[in-house]
Design a protein around this ligand. Structure first.
Ligand code: MTE
Length: 335
């Protein structure tokens, strides 16, 4: 990733979020112990309550409100770990289309229009097409999946996503016998994504990612349209993003406009930029260090100088059920 100096990842939350938000969060944290005692509130609600009401999904389009009626809450939970406060999940982001700093996406991503939104599905499928977001989501029931998110930069969060299995979408598209990989592409829109303007030149746009077919079909892999009970904020990848919880966060591509099934391993942005640092697989692995830092531990947000909140990183980010996908593979070589 575009880590300028290692000490950046050790800075205080007050240095990386606007001070008013940081102070509001501190005030909230003092109150949240009381809130946690209210059993009828979902576990993440108190953590999120600093800036939204659980019963209020915010201003959301009709399709989201309709889908929200039938959400399977807590379809996947994380035992014994707290949900990351909403403020951290929405103000400490990587979305380089909106700038290189962690608070750039929250400041700039609202410029991106997300309605109308279409997604192209093509390549090795029997039913290629261009779908409106509404039509794409329509057949799917949304589930809440509370997943750990581990960034390759060694910070982590726990986020309650709202989404549906990618496998269901792929099955509907009727993959041909040649489909071995799935390639994803983010919107290219330099007018609204200032990080894509040539003078910034951080990455080659559009941002692209990919999975092997069996990874894409795994039941843990989802396409998310919401988080914390509401529609995805733009900085988190509205209106549609991938979430692959056992892989480093850079695989979870945001604001998807194209999903292509391919025979060959697809081009992926970070791997193309620095193959020795960012592999195609990018499975969370405490035993394989990044060339410039250790991956043995991580900083769970929120964290600060006096409460660094450091914990051991788990193999496959704790999702051991995916290990069989890689049996017989040398994960130090296929990082
Ligand atoms: N997708 C796009 N299109 N552009 C990006 O810069 N950053 C990735 C991933 N998806 C990125 C992206 C990285 S490095 C991480 S860690 C996660 O998004 C961060 O997701 P979050 O900001 O919602 O926590």
């Amino acid at each position: 990733m575009l880590i300028k100096i290692p000490s950046r990842s050790l800075c205080l939350p007050s240095e990386i979020t606007p001070e008013s938000i940081y102070l509001a969060r501190r005030r909230f944290m003092a109150l949240s112990a009381t809130a946690l005692a209210v059993a009828s509130i979902p576990s993440w609600a108190s953590a999120a309550a600093s800036n939204y009401d659980v019963d209020d999904p915010g201003a959301a389009p009709d399709w989201f409100m309709q889908k929200r009626e039938s959400i399977r809450w807590k379809a996947v939970d994380v035992q014994g770990e707290s949900i990351t406060p909403f403020t951290d999940a929405t103000h400490y982001n990587n979305f380089y289309e909106f700038g290189p700093d962690k608070d750039d996406p929250a400041a700039n991503a609202d410029r991106m229009p997300t309605e109308p939104w279409t997604v192209v599905i093509d390549g090795e499928v029997g039913k290629p097409g261009r779908y409106s977001l509404e039509d794409l989501i329509q057949p799917h029931t949304l589930e809440e999946r509370i997943y750990r998110l581990r960034c390759v930069e060694a910070w982590s969060m726990v986020i309650p996503w709202l989404g549906f299995p990618l496998a269901d979408l792929i099955t509907r598209a009727e993959p041909t016998g040649k489909a071995r990989f799935v390639a994803f592409e983010t919107l290219k829109d330099p007018e609204h994504m200032l990080g894509q303007r040539s003078r910034f030149g951080l990455l080659e746009w559009p941002y692209r990612e990919g999975l092997r077919m069996d990874e894409a079909m795994h039941s843990l892999t989802i396409l998310a349209v919401g988080m914390y009970g509401r529609q995805l904020p733009n900085q988190n990848g509205a209106p549609l993003r991938l979430v692959v919880p056992w892989k480093y966060g850079f695989k979870s591509i945001k604001s998807i406009v194209r999903i292509s099934l391919t025979e060959q391993q697809p081009y992926t942005t970070w791997n193309a930029m620095a193959a020795n640092e960012y592999g195609f697989y990018a499975n969370v692995n405490p035993n394989v260090d990044h060339p410039r830092w250790s991956q043995a531990q991580e900083r769970r947000l929120p964290s600060g100088l006096f409460s660094p909140n450091v914990r051991d990183t788990l193999m496959f980010n704790g999702y051991e059920e995916v290990a069989s996908l890689y049996s017989g593979m040398d994960l130090a070589k296929n990082y």
